[in-house]
Write a protein that binds this ligand. Structure first.
Ligand code: F6R
Ligand code: MG
Ligand code: MG
Length: 371
């Protein structure tokens, strides 16, 4: 029996400015998915927000890229966007870039990460969701989790892991992908992943048996729309334990903050702040960019649930262990913001091509004289 975990997200409108998904929109998400669960389309779900992004976590048996599942997400986002329009919320429907559904939400605005798995005896899963950043924000932690023995002790100690992991890396500029195996091709992997604005980890497998361990969303909204249309706030699904990195090893990269692209107007480097769901809301300079993590156990095609049928979900970053990262992020946010629009606080000129800056530069074109 195969189980599919789908996390599909979309910014359908928010309160206030690009801050959070308000309750009426979360309720639309819950109601739609509850109905779909009753009809047997999905087996379990959990609706939450990563800042201004509505996140639909669905567990089912229909496989990846399934039309019915994607149609359910699309319909939910459309209904929520309608509500957002009625309430005059900010950016209502901002990520719904196409009008007619074509069978798959990929390339239509929403972000997607999906993983079809053969359930192991017990399969712990962590879903990561970030706001005000992009897919490149997973490069550093994915490398640390699946390739860095200083982070994941199991790479050294657990015989099931010593064969290493394979990384699929997407070149978002050329729309090409390559698979690199660690430890053998670790330096080449770092060479690519270090350019996090262009190359993104899209999938990870355990090398010895091709067990799928991680998937991320790698959408670039600007490449779909041809212009700056907000950030590509990413999601990822990661499997843990029993011959894979432990949940605890997976969280080591988040003990400290690290810099990601995004933040205000998708145009700045910002320190990533791991937060619990209650703090999943961007504030200062539309940030700092935040990441939440929800953990659960898959169970017979769904999420292990309590006696009332509620899925048992853990809010992983809601823990004092990540206070240091949060403090660092706050401090470094101050350092970067003191620099204003001066590089490296602002993204490189190449990355700024996908923002609204070129319009400003265009206006000055005729004022330039030969030097
Ligand atoms: C958008 C975002 C924000 C906006 C900024 C300006 O996802 O995260 O940082 O880019 O608030 O927004 P507008 O242009 O809508 O006023
Ligand atoms: Mg928004
Ligand atoms: Mg967002």
């Amino acid at each position: 029996m195969k189980t599919t975990i789908s996390i599909i997200k979309c910014d359908v409108g928010s309160l206030v400015g690009h801050h959070i998904v308000p309750k009426p929109l979360l309720e639309i998400g819950k109601n739609k998915l509850e109905k779909a669960q009753k009809k047997g389309i999905i087996n379990s779900f959990y609706v939450f927000n990563a800042g201004d992004d509505l996140e639909l976590l669905m567990v089912h048996e229909k496989g990846e890229k399934n039309r019915e599942i994607h149609a359910l997400a699309w319909d939910t986002f459309q209904t929520a966007a309608e509500k957002a329009k009625d309430l005059k919320l900010y950016g209502a429907g901002q990520d719904l870039l196409k009008t007619a559904f074509s069978g798959n939400v990929r390339g239509m605005g929403p972000g997607v990460a999906e993983m079809e798995i053969e359930e192991r005896g017990s399969d712990p899963i962590i879903v990561f969701a970030a706001d005000k950043t992009s897919a490149g924000s997973f490069n550093y932690p994915m490398f640390r989790i699946f390739a860095d023995p200083m982070s994941t002790a199991g790479l050294v100690i657990d015989s099931n892991m010593v064969g290493g992991f394979k990384f699929e890396v997407l070149d978002s500029k050329e729309n090409k992908k390559v698979v690199l195996k660690c430890p053998e091709e670790m330096y080449e992997l770092v060479a690519l992943l270090g350019t996090s604005t262009r190359y993104n980890v899209s999938r990870v497998w355990r090398a010895k048996d091709e067990l799928l361990c991680a998937v991320t969303s790698t959408t670039k909204l600007s490449l779909i729309a041809g212009k700056y249309v907000g950030k590509d706030d990413p999601v990822a699904i990661v499997r843990a334990q029993h011959g894979l990195p432990a949940v605890g090893e997976m969280l080591v990269p988040f003990l400290h903050t690290y810099f990601v692209e995004g933040w205000m107007r998708g145009s700045h480097w910002g320190p990533l702040m791991p937060v619990g769901l209650k703090d999943s809301k961007c504030t200062a300079f539309d940030g700092p960019p935040r990441m939440v993590a929800v953990g659960f156990q898959v169970c017979n095609g769904g999420i292990a649930s309590d006696k009332n049928g509620s899925p048992m979900i853990r809010d992983i970053f809601d823990d004092p262990a990540f206070d240091m990262a949060r403090r660092e992020a706050t401090k470094l946010a101050g350092v970067l913001r003191r620099m204003g629009e001066f590089q490296p606080a602002r993204l490189s000129a190449e990355a700024m091509e996908y923002t609204t800056l070129p319009q400003i530069v265009e206006k000055l074109k005729d004022h330039f004289q030969p030097a």
